[in-house]
Design a protein around this ligand. Structure first.
Ligand code: FBP
Length: 607
């Protein structure tokens, strides 16, 4: 026992024992039983279910002919048909070696996918964990996941047990490497836990490994599990959400709620908060519904209504002026991470930059002088895009030239959109205060303040703070929703393996009524998209629909939230008690559920 000054040695010992993931909280959550869909429970334990064709199908892909030609082995088997769990008989498969990997950014709940898989595979099959994502698959670095390991990882956040990375398996050399690893390590099935790009990779692997991997002609089954905090892997009523979204949005909503509570207390700041979520605005919309800030941008609306950067600044300044007119000199603006890519003029510029950068990769990587790089790029893009790019502050212009990720996407998390909007809003508000006349009045486009309110606005101060909430939301302990959802997704993926299926992604629906396990055919999700300067077959990102119930509800409330303080603070995510069973508001609204509570049948003790 250590002795430190006059501190009580018993307390010192208790504090030292919390190291390495043993805080009181972590010890408690490992004990938490979770609800499991009734098809997977028998005699109080977890058992696999068979999967057979359901009455549901995916809507036909607009690129069906190309997909069928690109997946000659898989498409005739999986096509567009959705499978559903059935309990008339249970798979009795044994002796399978199943390898699982995490791909892409972390998302809370991943460890519980492993728990679900291990539980359903049982002791008669082997679960192997691939280290460091697709890169580890290429290298063949894997180890057996034991029952004992589950006791440490169950209900904990992060992907640290296996690690992850963003390697895209795309060359024939890489596919051969995977084939060799699977052959040498006698792998019967691979489970890819990832987002839209990683599940696209899973589809391609399922096709490539369909047969002739092992000496008896057998292939390797490949199954996907939908992960991403961005929430952009959804398929209407067939896949309500990806895992990780609920924990991330609850984490951000707590922080945004705290800031909102600070604003009328300190009464002097406008906070510009950018929220992670890459392209889609699901995260921003969910956090807005939970917290009700003054201004929230939804990128998809901006693209749909063709708003310019200047119009976006106008929306902010209207809210600032209206509130200042009433003596409210504070507020919160929520900005989705991918906003700039959705402003039509910026989108055009970024698309042109992506093409130039994809086709001149070698030349650009060999040029170290930033000026020379810029001159080269300016010479390759259209005059309008060059003009827009030159008009942006230097810092912002440089950010647009950052290296792309392995999928050819701009790394939008690095772009300081919140700072750009602060700069532009400050300039515009200065103009409005210097010469208010054209901006205020009853005419169309003017702000409807009376002279007294205008005078109050002119005298007001606009002090700002900027934040980016991103990584904070990805690895915390999973919310009860994500913890339960992931165990069930893992059991679904494991059941599909034991039922001999390949080329499917696990999904859970009817989240408000006991849950229903589905398998979505990956080929049915694939479309042709322009990526990395060429047409590629990919799973389309599910963006926010501006005619969706969630967006329309937000639209109906936002004018009120913009003019006065209507905010709510959802508080920290709860793992026990009545608030713990709350699902994302956007999911409940879009799925047409009557309430916010999720219900996945009976609680099962996992370790
Ligand atoms: P995935 O799509 O792989 O789940 O990653 C999502 C995400 O968290 C985005 O929201 C964000 O833009 C990106 O990862 C950040 O990536 P990185 O971890 O490479 O910085």
């Amino acid at each position: 026992m250590s002795k430190i000054g006059s501190a009580n040695p018993q307390l010192i010992q208790a504090l030292e024992s919390t190291e390495k993931g043993n805080s009181m909280f972590e010890k408690q959550i490992r004990q938490m039983p979770l609800p499991v869909i009734k098809d997977f429970v028998e005699g109080g334990g977890i058992v696999p279910a068979h999967f057979s064709t359901s009455t549901e199908t995916l809507p036909p892909s607009k690129d069906g002919a190309a997909v069928s030609a690109g997946f000659p082995n898989l498409y005739p088997v999986t096509g567009n048909s959705v499978l559903q769990s059935t309990t008339t008989e249970r798979p009795k498969t044994s002796g399978k070696r199943v390898a699982v990997l995490f791909s892409g950014g972390p998302a809370a709940g991943g460890h519980n996918v492993l728990v679900g898989l291990k539980k359903v595979l049982g002791t008669q099959n082997i679960l192997l964990g691939i280290k460091n994502g697709p890169k580890g698959l290429l290298e063949g670095t894997m180890f057996e996941i034991t029952e004992k390991a589950l006791e440490t990882i169950v209900n904990t956040g992060g992907f640290d047990f296996l690690g992850s990375d963003r390697t895209k398996i795309k060359t024939s050399e890489q596919f051969n490497q995977v084939k060799t690893v699977c052959h040498d390590q006698k792998i019967d099935a691979l489970v890819v836990v990832g987002g839209d790009d990683s599940n696209t990779n899973a589809a391609v692997l399922a096709e490539y490994l369909f047969k002739n991997v092992h000496s008896d002609g057998r292939g390797v089954q490949v199954l996907g599990v939908p992960k991403t905090i961005d929430g952009d892997l959804q398929v209407e009523s067939l896949l309500p959400i990806s895992f990780g979204f609920d924990t991330a949005t609850k984490t951000y909503a707590e922080m945004v709620g705290n800031i909102l509570q600070d604003t009328p207390s300190s009464r002097k700041y406008w906070h510009f908060i950018k929220l992670m979520g890459r392209s889609a605005s699901h995260v921003a919309l969910e956090v807005a519904l939970q917290t009700k800030p003054a201004v929230t941008f939804v990128s998809e609306e901006i693209e749909n209504r063709k708003y310019s950067l200047s119009h976006i600044v106008d929306i902010i300044c209207r809210s600032v002026a209206r509130r200042a007119g009433k003596g409210i000199n504070h507020g919160v603006v929520i900005i989705p991470e991918g906003l700039i890519e959705f402003i039509p003029e910026m989108k055009q510029l970024i698309t042109e930059l992506n093409e130039v950068m994809a086709h001149s990769e070698k030349m650009l990587s060999e040029t170290h002088d930033v000026g020379e790089k810029k001159n080269f790029i300016y010479g390759k893009i259209s005059a309008e895009s060059a003009k827009l790019m030159a008009s942006l502050p230097d810092e912002f212009e440089n950010m647009l030239l950052l290296d792309r990720d392995s999928h050819g996407n701009l790394q939008v998390s690095q772009i300081p959109t919140e700072k750009l909007l602060i700069e532009m809003a400050t300039t515009r508000l200065h103009e409005m205060k210097t010469d208010p006349k054209p901006f205020f009045g009853q005419a169309e486009g003017q702000i409807d303040l009376n002279p007294e309110e205008v005078a109050r606005f002119v005298k007001s101060k606009f002090s700002t703070n900027n934040h980016f909430f991103g990584y904070e939301g990805r690895c915390g302990a999973p919310s009860r929703f994500d913890a339960a959802y992931c165990v069930n997704l893992g059991i679904t993926a494991g059941s599909l393996v034991l039922s001999g299926k390949t080329g499917y992604m696990a999904a859970i629906t009817s989240l408000d009524k006991g849950g229903k396990a589905l398998a979505l055919p990956l080929t049915g999700l694939i479309n042709v998209e322009r990526r990395h300067g060429k047409d590629e077959m990919v799973i389309e990102k599910a963006l926010v629909k501006i005619d969706s119930p969630a967006f329309m509800f937000f639209q109906a409330c936002r004018d009120r939230w913009s003019r006065e303080d209507c905010f709510a603070s959802p508080g920290p995510r709860q793992l026990w008690g009545p608030v713990a069973s709350q699902m994302p508001m956007t999911v409940a609204l879009n799925q047409g559920y009557a309430g916010l509570n999720f219900d996945l049948a009976a609680d099962v003790k996992l370790v």
